[in-house]
Design a protein around this ligand. Sequence first.
Ligand SMILES: *[C@@H]1O[C@H](CO)[C@@H](O)[C@H](O)[C@H]1NC(C)=O
Length: 240
Amino acid sequence: DQLKMELQQLLQLLLLLLCVSAEVQHDSFRVIGCSDTDGLDMMTLDGEEVWHADFIHETGVDTLPDFVSHPSFSGLYEQSVGQQQLCKNNLKIIRTGLKDIPDPLDPPTSLLYTANIVELGEKNILVCHVSGFYPAPVNVSWTRNGQKVTEGTSINFPFPNQDNTFTQISRLQFVPQLGDIYSCSVEHLALEEPLTRIWDVEVRVPQPGTGPAVFCGVGLIVGLLGVAVGTFFLIRGRES
Ligand SMILES: *[C@@H]1O[C@H](CO)[C@@H](O)[C@H](O)[C@H]1NC(C)=O
């Protein structure tokens, strides 16, 4: 019986291992950083933020969307605070060792696009995707027809990329009206002047589609001809 139980346990373990190895590989990393005035502690999974420490409000922020199950992050913020102390101490030592070599600055690049297909009068979201910059953060400002807009805007926490740069995404909720012009301006330490992208509302009126109809008609005729010829030869073949 002892042997049987052990065998069963072994089998279960093997099955478990098989299941685990059959799973998709995921990519998770955590970034801890600090400066004299700021701190960063963030966990990511497959390129998305999962959790970050908010040192201003002194709490951890679970940023997983509602529809997934949330693991417990209890105690993580407290751990984070300890890590910050360690980081700041290390920073002092490294600075002395490296004789205060300044950090290289990386300027951001930006993209401006809509989240959904543009329909006049239909709610939409403009997305200003800013990436490749160091250090974080950037300041993003929006305009509509040259006027500053703050209502309906939001920006996410700086997302650390694996190459030591950051990504930040700012969004503006808006309703497209013909002729409106929007802009997204990005300020960063490495930029002498703001990086501005312009987006204007233009809706392509779909042309009545003659092309597909003709194509379909010709295709149908050729197809029917093929069937007729095939049938003709089939019958002749039988008769002979
Ligand atoms: C962002 O804006 C704040 C407040 O206006 C300013 O203190 C800071 O220097 C700005 N940061 C950059 C990178 O321009």
